[in-house]
Design a protein around this ligand. Structure first.
Ligand SMILES: [Zn+2]
Length: 274
């Protein structure tokens, strides 16, 4: 979540689908904060088994769709990019169905003994998953680099369309910018890499997506700083945030303004205006 501004990417309807070494099963939870719905990723480990990333909402129709995609293969484990309900809520359902542990950075979202840590490499038969801590959207956000697939699973850190919310106060803009820079360094080193996002379509060029995201964030910060110069310094933080949303996010549908206000609060904190 969420789609604040048109960014380069596929404009056609997104339905999920098969990619080299991974399949996206799109959950039936579309909305202003979830775009087309949550992407659940099925990563083949070998001919008989898979790893599941972000099981999505607690939804039996979605579980049935994932089961069809599995075609009899077993689920080794379930990984979460972060704890937001639209990604994690179905973890229990899937875990029970497949007797698979659920691994996440935040212990509150785990089922079983093992979590995820920044820098960890998970090896499952022919699949390597490199965990990259990418706080910012939330404090518990991770991305997953799949070097053999030339893909970067980003959860809500990078979306297939638009930009994400920095969910103040848990999400922090300084962390988010550092995470984008870390991912940018990673893909420069790793070479051509796709983005497999938590919502919206696959992006063909992770380096280009990261450059666009960083440019967008810096442009927004400049716009916010410009509004602050003329804002009443004695206005409360909520009133200032609302004024910024109305001026800087005027092009964003009003249904998304509460989410925009969270990103603005994160921007204000980043600029030292708490
Ligand atoms: Zn999220």
């Amino acid at each position: 979540m969420t789609n604040f501004v048109a960014m380069p990417g596929s404009l056609g309807p997104w339905k999920g689908g098969r990619f080299s070494g991974g399949t996206c099963v799109l959950a039936g939870n579309p909305g202003p904060m979830t775009l087309d719905g949550t992407n659940t990723w099925v990563l083949a480990a070998d001919a008989d088994s898979v790893v599941l990333v972000d099981p999505g909402p607690d939804d039996r129709a979605h579980l049935a769709a994932v089961e069809r995609e599995l075609a009899g293969r077993w689920v080794r484990e379930i990984l979460l990019t972060h704890g937001h309900a639209d990604h994690s809520e179905g973890a229990g359902l899937f875990s029970g169905q497949f007797a698979a542990p659920v691994r996440a950075l935040d212990p509150a979202h785990r089922l079983g003994d093992e979590g995820l840590t920044d820098g960890e490499v998970l090896v499952h038969a022919d699949l390597e998953v490199h965990i990259v801590g990418t706080p910012g959207h939330t404090s518990d956000s991770v991305s997953m680099h799949l070097p053999q697939r030339a893909a970067l699973l980003t959860g809500d850190t990078i979306l297939g369309r638009g930009t994400t919310v920095v969910a103040h106060p848990d999400g922090r803009l300084g962390d988010y910018l550092a995470s984008l820079r870390e991912l940018s360094d990673l893909v420069q080193t790793a070479g051509a890499t796709q983005v497999w996002p938590g919502h919206g379509p696959v992006l063909p060029d992770a380096a280009a997506a990261l450059t666009a995201y960083l440019d967008h964030r810096h442009a927004r910060l400049e716009e916010v700083a410009a509004v602050l110069e003329s804002a009443d310094p004695d206005a409360g933080i909520e009133a200032t945030a609302q004024q910024i949303v109305e001026q800087v996010y005027a092009d964003v549908p009003q249904v998304l303004w509460p989410a925009a206000r969270l990103s603005v609060r994160a921007q204000l904190e980043y600029l030292g205006r708490v």
